[in-house]
Design a protein around this ligand. Structure first.
Ligand SMILES: [Zn+2]
Length: 79
């Protein structure tokens, strides 16, 4: 099982689902047993969600607008 110090690194990988099943299980088990790491993990999960949610949403909206603009010009040029 990982130590509390390992958990700071492993939590990110756990969230990104880049861990093997053994490491994943170790992290999962540590989170069940350790309230401090659970609190840390919750905080990290919230932060990552915020960091990823905003820029991705912005890119998607801009991309959608561009795609819509491109489609309308295509329609205009077809005879
Ligand atoms: Zn811990």
């Amino acid at each position: 099982m990982p130590t509390c110090r390992d958990m700071t690194e492993l939590s990110t990988e756990y969230l990104e689902r880049s861990l093997g099943w053994r490491a994943w299980l170790g992290v999962r088990w540590h989170l069940v047993l350790c309230a401090a790491c659970r609190a840390y993990y919750d905080q990290l999960a919230k932060t990552l969600r915020l960091l990823r949610g905003r820029p991705l949403g912005g890119i998607d909206a801009a991309m959608e607008a561009r795609l819509l603009a491109a489609r309308s010009t295509d329609e205009g040029s077809t005879p």
